[in-house]
Design a protein around this ligand. Structure first.
Ligand code: HEM
Length: 455
């Protein structure tokens, strides 16, 4: 079934979530207690109105309507402000392009993430994850999220650029990504669009970081062009890709935009998944014991899993799956309605912002039994009644569904398997850790001690 467009009808207006304030609407609640607010809003209906300052946004709380919006009628709902602001960083890459330009870029990028290709990046993942995790201190708390961001950035960079130039690019990219992510978030929050043009230190730093990053990536692309590098790395595959329609490949500028798009989309999301998984395994020693029994059985030599061994790590997969249910990194996204659109029983006026949250959806008791409980066994086939698989969408849906899903699974499973093989997990104030909704779903207060595995 598809959404039908029609002229506005008063009675089709969705209900407004109560307790909005004049001028700010629900802005303060979204700022201070966003995750609770998103869940409470479910009570008022499948589509509700939310005050964002003086304007109104529409929050969708129903997975079938979400499916319609993201799949069947994706053309009527391009991405929201956050992605438009990401243009300053990712240019016309896949994460910012829309319509035919997006479809073309997606066609060019997708083959580099095929099952076979992800298999090829497996060695980089194993080697880097093993090196990094072995280097972590054993006797004192470490803040997991930055460690995993560093690990994921290194893996992403080395999968993109397998030559020595890639090795030297890692530190520049590692420094650049947080500056750029923060810059995009600040720009998205500025309704005037003026702040980014002011001579502020943050803007100067943003500009300098962009120039440095561009210089490094452009240098690598130029060197690949010169040597006609045709390796198995991601950049080589992107360079070889040609569009079926016009037979053309990507220009150097497009390649740079795609490299940045991939780096921006991959490191933080995967790092958060691994951080949250360790947090839950630390709180559930019985699950960690079973996970360890699994990796000991499948990997008796203590070596990291090869890509073809990942399917045997069945519980490891369920742990990652359950982690992504409870803590979807990209938990709160938006689209913009291009014209008046009927969504279920309701009318969304053209130009409106439409919000949706996988965090809230994945914790809806109508869709998942005991939704707040970490229970990897809920994904066992014999417990199919405990879940609504169509409502599980941590990698999004439709036209913009994550292209790096296979890559993320492999990286998260490889890293968790290495940790279970070689380290114990000791929580530090585990009960104090809270998910905090910023741009992504952050594990505020998460530190753990990872001693070498006891004999
Ligand atoms: C657990 C880790 C990850 C999660 C939860 C995740 C989640 C998502 C989601 C929800 C979207 C859709 C956004 C939207 O609809 O607006 C997306 C898009 C995307 N992701 Fe991921 N992602 C992850 C890892 C990765 C990795 C490792 C890569 C690349 C190596 C990647 C590359 C991309 C790209 C390029 C897009 C844009 C696709 C498009 O617009 O056509 N992601 N991701």
């Amino acid at each position: 079934m598809s959404i039908t467009t029609h002229a506005p009808r008063r009675e089709a207006r969705p209900p407004r979530v109560p307790a909005g304030l004049p001028l700010v609407g629900h802005g303060l609640q979204l700022l201070r207690r966003r995750l609770d607010f998103l869940q409470e809003a479910r009570r008022y209906g499948p589509v509700v109105r939310v005050g964002l300052g003086p304007s109104t946004a529409y929050l969708v709380n129903d997975h079938t309507l979400l499916h319609q919006m993201l799949v069947n009628d994706a053309a009527l709902f391009p991405r929201g402000i956050h992605f438009r602001k990401a243009r300053a960083v990712a240019g016309d890459g896949i994460i910012t392009a829309e319509g035919p330009a997006h479809r073309r870029q997606r066609r060019l990028v997708l083959p580099a993430f095929s099952r076979k290709r992800v298999h090829g990046y497996g060695d980089v993942m194993r080697r880097i994850a093993m090196e990094r995790i072995s280097s972590w201190p054993e006797d004192r708390p470490i803040e997991l999220k930055p460690e995993f961001v560093s690990l994921a950035t290194t893996i992403g960079t080395r999968a993109l650029f397998s030559t020595d130039l890639g090795a030297s690019a890692v530190s520049v990219i590692e420094r650049a990504l947080p500056v750029l992510t923060r810059g995009v978030s600040l720009r998205a929050m500025d309704p005037t669009g003026l702040v980014e043009h002011l001579p502020l230190p943050a803007n100067r730093r943003f500009g300098a970081t962009m120039r440095e990053l561009h210089a490094v990536i452009d240098g690598i692309i130029a060197s690949y062009r010169r040597t006609e590098q045709q390796g198995d790395d991601l950049l080589s595959l992107l360079m070889l890709a040609t569009d079926e329609g016009d037979g053309k490949g990507m220009t150097d500028r497009q390649l740079r935009d795609e490299v940045i798009s991939i780096l921006l989309s991959s490191a933080e999301t995967t790092a958060l998944t691994m951080s949250w998984a360790c947090h839950e395994l630390g709180r559930h020693p019985e699950v960690f014991r079973s996970l360890r029994a699994e990796v000991d059985r499948v990997l008796p030599d203590g070596e990291p899993p090869r890509h073809e061994q990942l399917p045997e790590l069945e519980l490891t997969r369920r742990v990652v799956k359950e982690t992504l249910r409870l803590y979807p990194p990209t938990y709160f996204l938006s689209r913009t309605a291009t014209k008046d659109v009927r969504l279920g029983q309701h009318l969304i006026p053209g130009g409106s912002t439409v919000l949706y949250s996988f965090y809230s959806q994945h914790r809806d008791p109508r869709l998942f039994r005991d939704p707040h409980t970490f229970d990897p066994d809920r994904w066992l086939p014999e417990r199919a009644a405990d879940v609504t698989p169509e409502a599980y969408m941590p990698f999004g849906e439709g036209a913009h569904r994550c292209v790096g899903e296979g890559f993320a699974w492999a990286e998260a499973m490889t890293s968790l398997a290495i940790i279970a093989l070689h380290r114990d997990l000791r929580p530090v104030d585990g009960d104090q850790v809270r998910p905090t909704g910023t741009v992504t779903l952050m594990p505020r207060g998460l530190s753990m001690v990872l001693p070498r595995r006891a004999a």
